[in-house]
Design a protein around this ligand. Sequence first.
Ligand code: NOJ
Length: 738
Amino acid sequence: MEILGKTTKHSRAIEKRIEELIQEMTVAEKIGQLSLVNSIYGKITKPLRQTIAEGKIGGILNEVDVNVVNELQQTAVEESRLGIPLLVGRDVIHGFKTIFPIPLGLASTWNPEIPERCGRISASEASATGINWTFAPMIDISRDPRWGRIAESFGEDPYLTGVLAKAIVYGFQGDDLSSPGCIAACAKHFAGYGACESGKDYNTANIPENELRNVYLPPFKAAFDAGAASVMTSFSDLDGIPATANEFLLKQILRQEWQFDGFVVSDWEAISQLSVHGLTASDKDSACEAANAGVDMEMVSRTYADHLADLLIEGKISQDRIDTMVSNILRAKFKLGLFDRPYTETSSVNTDKSHEYLEAARCAAVQSCVLLENKHNILPLSKDKLSSIAVIGPLADDRYEQLGTWIFDGDIELSQTPLQAIKAFMKKSAEVNYCRAMATTRSRSREDFGEAVETVRKSDVVILFLGEESILSGEAHSRADISLPGIQNELIEEIAALGKPIVLVIMAGRPLLLEKARKNVDAILYAWHPGTMAGPAIAELLFGIASPSGKLPVTFPRAVGQIPIYYNHKNTGRPATAGSVTNIDDIEAGAPQHSSGDTSFHLDIDNSPLYPFGYGLSYSEFKYSNLRLDHDKIKLGESIRIEVELTNTGECEAEEVTQLYVRDLVGSVTRPVRELKGFKKLRLRPGETASITFELSTDDLAFYGRNNKLVTEAGRFHLWIGGCSDTDLRAEFEIIES
Ligand code: NOJ
């Protein structure tokens, strides 16, 4: 993997070419490079062509017609004075034509090969249309399922997000950005976007610097270590300074501490919105703040185009700063090889690959589903024992809704639905009785409930496909109530009253509240939005062709009032313990003022989540044993080798994700009660035992301590291994000074 920024011969040559170009550029041409303009969707107008020919546009976004892209590149390369090619950006987030599971689903695979493959295939499909830059990965830590964009994230954990971020960046960019089929990645949204108050999109975030460094920033560092070529600023305000004008983030952290040599792009019109935040009084001030803070390229709004030249004359921005901004963008263009190969061959769509791509999407979808409940091992269903199956629900046969958020270019024709797949799987061996029951997941009409009940009555088993349509999550689609929308719970109740076994498959872009539903059903398979191959993947899991292996990358709350609820929380000085918790119903009338059990809990809900981070059932059973460490004391700079035996004690071949957690018992700042430090996914046959090892160095245990300095501190640690964050198989070790 090439790490961008390493001083190689190649990068020295690039730096020389950048310098030469900068020397030749006029101020207008330089400012032009900083401008990212929205396309006119398949059209080229005279003014657009002319602006490009004048060298006043650095990139376009949202153009996916390869002929149009080529024509625009031709104008840039052949008609502009210096022939600088364009960046062509697009939100290629979880697939392009072939749609993979939403990122939260990709994260549920706990298998970096899956996001890597998703990145590689998306890049290959997207680059065939001339796209050379994707606005992905989104690696905002998300602890709030109300936030619609949690769908687009890898969940709540910095380590898991970092590992997957590296993988997908590598998938998009490959070893060499200039190779055919590779596109530049953009780590977003820098930083803190996921901490939006009340989970409302674009909302204010207040994150203390220590938490920012320990929780929100590590995934970005991982993405840059993997060579991510660009970064997008967040729309949000971070501790009073919008990220788009935040010098601390963009200069101190990104450039000084991390030595990032890619470019920084604003989010959509985020520079002009600095005045809406109330940080600036005018577009001119906004341009000045953003440029000086470190935003190189402006997406869509025109404050740079309109004001940077004047700001330069007035001395409010330096020539040096502008040259640096331009250089950062030119560097990416050189690395992409655009100067040598600006055009896209119109025949470059490789149709031979479509089968391989669908196969990869199916495999990703299989691994992304999380089995949350399986009472009496109702799953897998046995084809031979069933003569009829009821398939019910608005998401059973909807080729569009299974795809998820960010599917601008997704090919709906490729979608295979669960109903289609179940029918194909059962062939003629059982009747498949289908009823949509609700027009949408939000529907409040009971009109079709009668038909649903009749459909269930004549069937041996019910498979319910419920959840949320794609549009209920994603950007600007946050919810305050995250229960099943509409009257889906009533539908479940009505069907449950018939006493047939019920399997609930949920497609959704976020964790939903499932306390009610789970009482009424026998199994819950959480499929997120699984993408193009939802149908075959789900059918395989339901009928036991594959065993579920997904694990939750985010905690499922019991109620909205528990949010934010996440596994790697702090202990507090008064953690709740068994016996210290009071229930609201046990408080006597007129009870005198007291602090109850003096611990940290809600009176009206259990302290635990409904499903913890890392949780997910399998059709098999796994046993962990013989946990041992090669040392129980290590010095700073040394490593510890951890070994555990994993046995498949169940009856089918299955995969298990072994998770390693630690707790630093005493720190110069308080440390989380558990932190994920490693994981491995392994397939085992029934009865098979594998020895799993992890190597943990004291550097892996470093954190930002007092004064926000990175430290590794001597002291005692607890360590756990298991198949979920609540595992209790524990060992201990100590870091000693010398
Ligand atoms: C706004 C979103 O916040 C960002 O993630 C996306 O990449 C841009 N729009 C471009 O579509």
